[in-house]
Design a protein around this ligand. Sequence first.
Ligand code: ZN
Ligand code: ZN
Length: 163
Amino acid sequence: MSDLEPCPVCRNKPSHPIKLPCNHIFCFLCAKGSILHNQKCPLCRQHISLSFLNNPQLIQTESISENTHLDNDYHWFYEGHNGWWLYDEQTSKEIENAFQQKELFIEVLIAGYIYIIDLEKMIQYRKGMPNKLRKIQRAKTDTNVKGIAGLRTHPHSRSNLVQ
Ligand SMILES: [Zn+2]
Ligand SMILES: [Zn+2]
């Protein structure tokens, strides 16, 4: 499992890899961006329904709970369905850097869309759509975390992980 092909979208080692119904493998966020965009596999253009994202088939390369164990650093969260969700690691680091530099806002790319992270008001919104706000927060603990960037973590259940 450790030698997955690079993700065809971003050319990196797939992060949180998922397998689409057509058996193509992508990073979760790369696949999500494409499915939200046109409901198609980025490689073979097979139709993928939006509901696939509700119960994605993860390929287990390492346990998500291990992967998301939080160290003593600050992490960034956004308010989602019934709780706080951790940004993916890369985005969280970008936001933390901007925060340390005392920037008022930064733009980040999430699932193919540009989001404005407003570090003064502690909100995020999609660029050009300032009415759909989500609260964000900076925190050290993971007690209320629901998952990473839309992926739920189930420390005690791997029912939707492909072994
Ligand atoms: Zn990718
Ligand atoms: Zn495909």
